[in-house]
Structure formats: structure tokens, C-alpha cells
Design a protein around this ligand. Sequence first.
Ligand code: SAM
Length: 311
Amino acid sequence: MICTPLHGRVYEAITGFEAHLQGELRASTSWGTLYHAEPQDVFWYQNIWLKPFQVEFTSISEAVSVLRGIQRNWWPVLFTQFRRGALIRSQLPPLALKPRRFPWLLPDASMGGWTLLDAHTMVASASCSSPFPGGLIEFEEDKWGPPSRAYLKLWEALVHCRNWPGPGERCLDAGASPGGWTWALARLGADIMAVDRAPLDERVQAMPGVRFVSHDAFTLKPEDLGPLDWLFCDVICYPPRLYDWIEKWLASGLCTNFICTIKMQGMPDHETTRRFAAIPGSTVVHLHHNKHELTWMKVAPRATILPGPLS
Ligand SMILES: C[S@@+](CC[C@H](N)C(=O)[O-])C[C@H]1O[C@@H](n2cnc3c(N)ncnc32)[C@H](O)[C@@H]1O
């Protein structure tokens, strides 16, 4: 068995947005939906394999023992050798893949990725950008409470950040209608000002802690609203408009945590995405529940999490 570190990284494309990654990335090699390339600032990926290595192996058990010898958690991304891949997978520890109930505190354990290039060559990485298997995460959905499914991307962002609003924390939910995000925040016991030009679902508006304001979110100034623990924004707008508004909030120092959707209209706006990503302490990712949009998150780590009243 020969194990060799590979330079660079392996980028996994998002199904349906392969062309976006191809447009951003200068890749040297592709293996199915995986692209081997030098480290680059790109955003339209499902997962990045941060420390790839190549293994020449003779038997299934040898491939398994290499992976098991490094860590417990491994997720396959196969584009060839499916049968051999399934045999290797069956001998690795199982991963908990069933839909999860929000909220839960994501463990720190690394989630690795691996693929087969041919019957005797594997590429793998023990550390990946996403804490979820292959960047995928499903939740136990609530089919009755929320008026839209948009709450799923908010749940994913909060789990990813290992932090979420606790009871009584002051939140602004901009572009709140029909109310999926406000519903999710109200269930955590937060105090929410929901702003939209369209109406909020009546049942969400009646939840404890929810106050609805019919307004253009971008004309609300930080000094008029006062200190916030969290600013959420899911407004449909051109990315530079969102950036200009967020800049004002950052300059004011009046808000601690931010989670905002950067909605793309037509071609992705790489320039504004890079400006968001350059904001210190923040990150831009494509969440599993994002569509033609990215999520900008600037969230302080929290040591202790109170799950909040969810019943
Ligand atoms: C994708 S929807 C939000 C969905 C919502 N987060 C949920 O969970 O149900 C985008 C919303 O942005 C609102 N919107 C667009 N421009 C706005 C603005 N300037 N100020 C406030 N809301 C705006 C739209 O009315 C629409 O309701």
C-alpha cells in the first residue's frame, strides 16, 4: 500500500450548479463532480476536501483499514467503481443519516470524504469544509407550523454555526414574509421584529415574541432600531443593495450576529460575494438548503447553548 499527500484541494460541485463552480475554479483534473485544484477562494461548492491524499491499495480490507486507521467518519463520493466502493463503505462505521430534529449541537468530530479513481486507487481527505456527510443535511420537517420551507436553510445555518438565538434575544428578521424564519426564531423563544412589505402569516404573527412591521427593510437605520443580538435577512434583492445595508450595521456596532441570504439574479455576483467573504470573522457558504443563493454568516461562537422552548 502506498499513501501520498496530494497538493491543493478537492472541490465537490453542487448538483445543478456545476457550471458555477467550473466558472470560478481553475482546476487541473476532474473526477466526476470532484475537481482537483490549487486552493482558491470559490463559493459554489458543496464540500471542499482540505487535505487530500492518494492511496494505492491491493484489497478492499486494505483500503478500509487506511480510512479506519485515521478516524471514524467517512463519506464516499463515487463516480466509478460503484460495487467496490459499496464494499468499502459497508466495512466502515455507519453514519447517522436519518433526518435530524432541530436544534442539536453538532459534534466537533471530523467528517472525511473519499472516492475511487480505479480499482486500486483511492483519493481521500480526513478533513473537509462541511461538518455534514458530503455536505448534506436533512431535518425532521414540520409540515403544519411554518408557512414556508425557508426555515430549513435557517436551521442549517444555525446548526453550522453551533449557535442560535436564546430566549429573549433581540432579532431582526428582514424580508420575513410569509414567516418561515420568524416561526423558527419564535420557537426558540427569541424576541423578533419581522419586517416585510408583504404581510406575515397570521398564525406566525400571533406567536409570542413576534412583532410585525410593514416596511422597506433597507430604509431602517441601525440607530433607529437600537442594539440587536441577531440580524437575519432573506430579502430578495441585488447583492450590492444588501451589502450596503449590512455595511451600515457593521459600522454601527449595534448587532452581534448576522445570517443573510445573498440572492443571485441571473449570473452569480462573484464580486459582491468576495466583498462579503472579506468581512472579518465571517464566511460565505452554499448550504444544502440554498437554491440559487449563498449564505453569509458572521456568528460569534457560544460556549453554552440553551435549546429554548420548542414545544
Ligand atoms: C424569500 S422571501 C422570504 C421568505 C422568508 N424568509 C420565510 O422564511 O418565509 C423574500 C421576501 O423579501 C421581501 N422583500 C423584498 N424587498 C424587500 C424590502 N426592500 N424590504 C422588506 N422586505 C422585502 C419580499 O416581500 C419577500 O416576502
